[in-house]
Write a protein that binds this ligand. Structure first.
Ligand code: GDP
Ligand code: MG
Length: 780
């Protein structure tokens, strides 16, 4: 039967995965392999997607995709082939890299002594699945303030930091989390490129030991790449609490990789980990050796066959081993295919022909395509190694026990959505209501400062610049710092606890309706904070199409930079009892526009198919106060930096343009440069009824939206405006040109200026049209 037909609570054994290349590969990599038991845990409130338990972890899949997986229930069950192909667990040893030196012979002081003699720096890359604790290690070791999240893909870029242990210096690179190193998602490609191009001295492969089998899949790929490696068996606290058992020595030997049990929450094992890294780096580790995973004779024959055609071609060798290239060719890895085409030139054609021959033979012999056969063999190897190392999952305590109780409420059919929206409501309510108090204090402080300066300083342009330009402009913006901190506090809380992944789970069906992915939801929510990190967070979306659409509609999420303008204008033009309604309407219109545009884009502009919704649902974890405070503060700092830089400069420029005119110091604003500019472009905005001050502020806002508010603050430009004009203006601000930073981020993430310019132009045209229509209709 199909996996989709399985009911809640039922379990079955996986028989086969249907479907085309990318889909299949993704699904298999996540552990949906022949012979594994799978259990249906829970449906999302809209009945789709569904949460499954597999290999001891939890994952969600859309029904439509579950249809592609053939399973066998206990009732139907016939004896199946064991998933562990016995030959898979044999480990071949080749040119033992580090021979016979016992690390125990090298106590700390010896290492320190060696290091002091020759000051050494070791480049270390942290590689691992999402949520395995890489960032925690990174922060722990370096004292840096990377963000720790419990949602896959919070780390969207590599961050670097320094650490020192035993007199050695470490350059740590925290790479994005990946389940695999095939090149299906930008993150995977990024990590792979980092490993091959930056060639770190040692990799720390962080393994979530509460989910060891699936985590080792990535390890097997790292073994293929043959870079010196140490594995951190992290979350060892949970491992012990559950009563799991594993012979670390045996597994280390089988993998040719030292394994160090760690817990980055408490810092347990971190020193041992770095000591081991030093040993591997110095070549004195006796466990570290180069192993070849034996893929079974069918695939090994294929590898040898291709190798024999690569060997004469020396051009391949410098970066990759021929074995690795052959293996990747058998996997039909496009990245390596291109590499071969580039390096081998003319000869590449015949190499690829030979690859096809080898792949065809693998198919004949194993009855599955070479890609699948390799994945199966990898899991076979893992299974064999774990059996050999007497791995047993304990049942003293179920890591997921609490998670199940929480999920039964938070993803409940009836309660899921109400709770979710309640959380969002609470988040915004707290941001605005609670944030009001510190905001008032800062506002009072800014007012006092302005007054103080104007009282004490001698009259002149300098005083005017300080009071009206610097204090007026920056002050209009700095008051929002508390609200931004509160908003990010909530977002960090949701990410770190694991709720963000549930939000994606709950929202997937709706997002799918918009042509998007459940994962698009998180960046969209983050967009309410700031569009720039939100655009970067779209990297977690594997489907390029969903990702591009998400980026293009993101600017409609009202970022906090727009808040100052909203509050300023709404506070001036609307009665108190309508204020929050007007505010809410802006957010709602932004969201509705995003939905419509996304639907249009996915139907007409960016066509293509979706990638599967395989998403890990990590267990809920208590976020640590330290991580939350750090992340919140990081964001606040970014905001302050922006203020010190671009907003300060822009405020002074705007002030100067308003202070001076063609005839020197302008007697009134209309004679100033800015006034002339405003009058010059005003015909453009006549359908909206904007004043020239408003026009100018919109232009100034291209740099950053906060500048719109500060410009109005400097120009004092809210006189003679009707509430209708004010509202059309708010709509324009909501929809038009995302700030320059966002456009640059889109360019960066989409890889083309084309899409960035497209985003800037279409949003501005839309803003112009919508605000014109509203004003015209309203003045009828
Ligand atoms: P990354 O995605 O690999 O960077 O993982 P993070 O460092 O963001 O960690 C994911 C979650 O696991 C966070 O909530 C951490 O607090 C938690 N965590 C990290 N290491 C450990 C550990 O050793 N034990 C436990 N219990 N939790 C951990
Ligand atoms: Mg991380």
């Amino acid at each position: 039967m199909k996996l989709s037909e399985l009911k809640n609570g039922e379990h079955a054994v996986i028989v086969k995965v249907y479907g085309h290349g990318g889909f299949r590969k993704r699904i298999i990599e996540m552990g949906f392999i022949k012979g594994k038991t799978i259990e249906v845990m829970l449906n999302a409130p809209l009945q789709d997607p569904v949460k499954y338990k597999l290999m001891g972890y939890e994952v969600s899949l859309r029904r439509q995709e579950a249809e592609m997986i053939e399973v066998l229930t206990e009732a139907e069950e016939k004896p199946l082939d064991s998933p562990a192909s016995p030959q898979g667990m044999k480990v071949e040893e080749e040119n033992s890299r580090h021979k016979g030196i016992n690390p125990e012979d090298h106590p700390d002081d010896y290492l320190q002594h060696m290091a002091l003699r020759e000051h050494r720096t070791i480049n270390v890359a942290l590689v691992g699945n999402p949520n395995c604790g890489k960032t925690s290690l990174f922060n722990f070791a370096s004292g840096a303030h990377g963000h720790v999240g419990n949602y896959s893909g919070v780390t969207v870029d590599a961050s670097e930091a320094h650490a020192s242990y035993f007199g050695y210096e470490f350059n740590l690179t925290d790479l994005p989390g990946t389940y695999s190193l095939s090149c299906y998602s930008p993150e995977e490609l990024y990590v792979r490129q980092h490993l091959t191009e930056q060639t770190p001295d040692v990799i720390i492969n962080v393994i979530d030991s509460s989910n060891i089998e699936r985590n080792l899949y990535l390890t097997t790929q790292l073994l293929d790449m043959d870079i010196p490696m140490v594995a951190a068996l992290n979350m060892y606290d949970e491992f012990e609490r559950r009563g799991d058992s594993l012979d670390l020595k045996v597994l280390s030997t089988l993998l040719g990789t030292p394994l160090v049990p760690t817990s980055f929450k408490s810092g347990m094992g971190v020193e041992a980990l770095f000591r081991t890294v030093i040993q591997v780096y110095e070549g004195v580790s006796h466990t570290a050796r180069h192993i070849h995973i034996n893929y079974g004779h069918e695939i090994e024959d294929g590898i040898r066959h291709i190798q024999s055609y690569l060997k004469p071609d020396g051009s391949i060798n410098p970066r990759y081993s021929t074995r690795y290239v052959s293996l990747k060719l058998l996997e039909h890895d496009t990245n390596i295919e291109n590499f071969v085409r580039q390096k081998a030139g003319e000869r590449s054609k015949s190499i690829l022909v030979e690859r096809d021959k080898a792949a065809a033979r693998v198919f004949e012999e194993t009855n599955s395509d070479s890609e699948t056969a390799i994945m199966d063999a990898k899991y076979g190897f893992i299974n064999g190694a774990l059996t050999e190392a007497h791995f047993k999952a304990g049942n003293k305590q179920d890591t997921y026990k609490t998670t199940h109780i929480i999920d039964n409420v938070l993803s409940n059919k009836y309660l899921g959505f109400p709770i979710f929206f309640l959380i969002l409501f609470l988040m915004f309510q707290t941001t605005f209501v609670l944030g009001q108090y510190p905001m008032d204090w800062i506002d009072a402080g800014v007012g006092w400062l302005g007054e103080f300066v104007s009282r004490t300083m001698a009259d002149g342009p300098l005083k005017d610049m300080l009071v009206d330009g610097v204090i007026g402009g920056v002050g209009a913006v700095i008051v929002f710092l508390p609200q931004i901190l509160i908003l990010y506090f909530f977002i960090s809380l949701m990410e770190d606890s694991g709720y963000m992944a549930r939000a994606a789970f709950i929202m997937d069906k709706l997002m799918h309706g918009m042509g998007l992915h459940g994962k698009s939801f998180i960046p969209l929510v983050m967009g309410f904070g700031c569009n720039v990190p939100a655009i970067m967070a779209t990297r977690t979306i594997e489907s390029r199409r969903s990702r591009l659409i998400t980026m293009l509609i993101l600017p409609f999420m009202s970022c906090s930079a727009r808040l100052p303008i909203y509050i300023m204008i709404i506070g001036t033009f609307f009665a108190v009892e309508y204020q929050s309604f007007v505010m809410l309407s802006l957010y709602a219109i932004g969201i509705v526009t995003a939905v419509i545009v996304s639907k249009l884009f996915s139907t007409f502009v960016i066509k293509g198919e979706d990638t599967p919704f395989v998403m890990e649902l990590p267990p809920y974890r208590w976020p640590t106060a330290k991580a939350i405070v750090r992340h919140t503060w990081e964001k606040g700092k970014e905001y302050l930096k922006k203020m010190g830089g671009i907003i300060l400069v822009a405020s002074i420029i705007v002030w100067a343009l308003g202070y001076y005119g063609p005839e020197g110091q302008a007697s009134d604003m209309e004679q100033s440069y800015i006034g002339l500019m405003g009058q010059w472009i005003s015909p453009l905005f006549s359908p909206q009824g904007f004043t020239w001050q408003l026009d100018v502020s919109l232009i100034a806002g291209v740099g950053a939206k906060e500048i719109v508010a500060s410009t109005i603050g400097v120009l004092g430009g809210l006189e003679g405006i009707s509430p209708l004009v004010a509202y059309s203006y708010l709509l324009f601000v909501l929809l038009y040109f995302p700030c320059i930073a966002t456009v640059v981020a889109i360019r960066h993430e989409s890889g083309s200026w084309g899409w960035a310019v497209f985003a800037a132009v279409y949003t501005t045209l839309l803003a112009w049209a919508v605000s014109a229509v509203v004003y015209q209709l309203g003045s009828l």
